[in-house]
Each structure stands twice: as structure tokens, then as C-alpha cells.
Design a binder for this molecule. Sequence first.
Ligand SMILES: Nc1ncnc2c1ncn2[C@@H]1O[C@H](COP(=O)(O)OP(=O)(O)OP(=O)(O)O)[C@@H](O)[C@H]1O
Ligand SMILES: [Mg+2]
Length: 343
Amino acid sequence: LETDTLPGAETLLGALSEPAMILAGGIVLAANPAARKALGESLVGEDARRAIPDGAAVERLLVPSSAAIDDVELSGVGEPGRRWLMSARRLGPATLLVRLFDRSEAYAAEKMRVDFVANASHELRTPLATLVGYAETLREEANALDDPTRERFTAIVHDEARRMQRLVEDLISLSRIEAERFSPPRGALSLARLIEQAREGFRRAAEERGSQIVAEVEPDIPPVRGDSGELAQLLDNLLSNALRYGRRGTPVTVRAAAEEGRMVRLSIADEGDGIPAKHLPRITQRFYRVDASRSRALGGTGLGLSIVKHIVERHRGRLVIESEVGRGTTVHVLLPAAPGNGR
Ligand SMILES: Nc1ncnc2c1ncn2[C@@H]1O[C@H](COP(=O)(O)OP(=O)(O)OP(=O)(O)O)[C@@H](O)[C@H]1O
Ligand SMILES: [Mg+2]
């Protein structure tokens, strides 16, 4: 029968995945690989004041006392932008176990939530202010306004109210899709039909721009696993972008083809101004727009692509946006084929 002896501190530290070290008298006595990676390979033997690049936090560790030490936030450790929580426990009068917990993700999620509420309120405030202003004028100066002016004001009130309605509907869509993200759709459906329906729905809008929506659907593509309402909404957003940001008189092409790994590729291509490369990484974020005033003037809320991204994620698919300034944009959506069709 074998029995292990009680492991030493080094072994114990090595078993922890977060950066962990032991400080004695303000000197790093031992450190695990994660700590050396975050704070430098020559960490052991260093003065804690040099090792941890947050002076104020270190000072709190080094005050001689027997009281517990509160956890403290650290920045400036590891890659730029990382956020850590430093937790210290006393092991003896001058000896401390110090661990760093990576809180970057929680911090980013919290920041996103705060930004989202701020952005949404801001987007609602602008049309609301216009609405209140015109409604007041219409009421208080009803007799002073001639008919054409009154009509113009009423139209503005209506447009702004519609804009708010679209925004609120998009917000509701977004939260509904997000809430369902852990339950992927089960139905099987044909993209060819959805594409036909979407083309039909946009025929007028396309004609008004002197454009055409061209469909190139490979015969015999397998059905995809999807939710028809959500995929219709996805096509709706991508086609409206392609028409809105495409050049007048140029076609918009919708393609669907089978792809390796039991996937189906849906692509929407326009011949518009394109999206400058530096905007691409952020283009699917909520309210992110390359040219906010242009998008707003065209009735956009900046939520379209983020709704698309959430739909693709819920479908366990992939979204790839290719764009070349001056040439146009192609959005590719890869969707898993429905199981059990023999292919
Ligand atoms: N096909 C495209 N060509 C060029 N720019 C595009 C294209 N699609 C999207 N963009 C850019 O990305 C931004 C975000 O698109 P998104 O669809 O999320 O919002 P939107 O179109 O402004 O508003 P909406 O909520 O009505 O869709 C747009 O404002 C535009 O700047
Ligand atoms: Mg859009």
C-alpha cells in the first residue's frame, strides 16, 4: 500500500490554474507557472513591489497586520486590457498566499451591458425629442399653421414614431433570440423557398433602386436545420443592407450552395461602397455603424447585423463578412444541414 506524503508548497501552487505565489517579507518565495507567465519568468526572488505592477495594491499587501486583506482589482498585468482580482490570504505573520483571478470576461460583459443601456436610451431619446417638439407645436399653434405645414409636421411625427417602433421591435427580437441561444432550432427547411419569399418581398424596393435581386441556388442543396422565422429575418436584414448600401442600378446576388462538413453556404453580395477593413471587427456589435448619420437618414437602427449574428449563433452556424471598399460586400452565412436526409 502506497501513501503519499503531504505535498510541499511548490507542488500545491503548481496544481492551481490561476497565477499564484507565496510572498514572505515582501519577497516572492515561490510562484506557479501561471504567475511566471503573467508577471515574468524571473519572478521568484523578486521584490513584490517590482513584481506586481500596481503599486497601491502591493502596499496593501505589505502592511504588517493580522487582519484579513480585502480582494483588490489589478490592471496592467499580462496582455493590455486584462482585469484581475488579487486575493491574498495570510499563511503566517509575514507570509502570504497571493492569487490572481482573471475577471476580464465578466468585466467586458458588464461594460457591454452598461453601454447597451446607454446606447439604447440615447437612440430612443433623439426621435422622442423630435416627436414631443412637433406634437407641442401642432397643439399650441394649431391655428397659426397652414395646411401644408401642418401636414409636414404630422408626417414628421409619424416617421419618428415609426422609427422608435422599429427600434423597439429590433430590441425585442434581439433579446428573444438571445434568450433562446442555448436551444438550437430543430426544424428542417429549404433555403430555396425562403430565398424566393425574400426576393418577392424586396421586389418593389429593388425596382425603386433600379436593382435586381438575382438568386443562384444550387439544385439539390440539403435542407438546413433552422427556424424559418429567424432565417427569414436574417435574409431580410442582409437584403435590406445590400440594397441600402449597394449602388443604385447594380444587382444584389443571393447564392446558396452545399459546403463541406454537412453545411450549407448562403451568401448575399452587393456592389456597393464596401466597409473599410478597420470597421469589420466591430460591425456586428449593437448600434455600431460606419456612418451613423447616413444609416440614420436611411432609417437604420444599427441593430440589423447584431440580430443576424445572434441568429447565426443560435443556429450553430458561422458568419463571415467580406468587403472591399469601392467594390462591394459579401456576407456569408454557413448553416448546418438538417440531419437524416441521407447525404
Ligand atoms: N452591405 C453593406 N455594405 C456597406 N456597409 C454595410 C453593409 N451592411 C452593413 N453595413 C454597415 O454596417 C452598419 C451596421 O449594419 P446594421 O445592419 O447592423 O445596421 P443598419 O443597417 O445601420 O440599421 P438596421 O438596424 O436598420 O439594419 C451599417 O450602418 C453600415 O455602415
Ligand atoms: Mg441593416
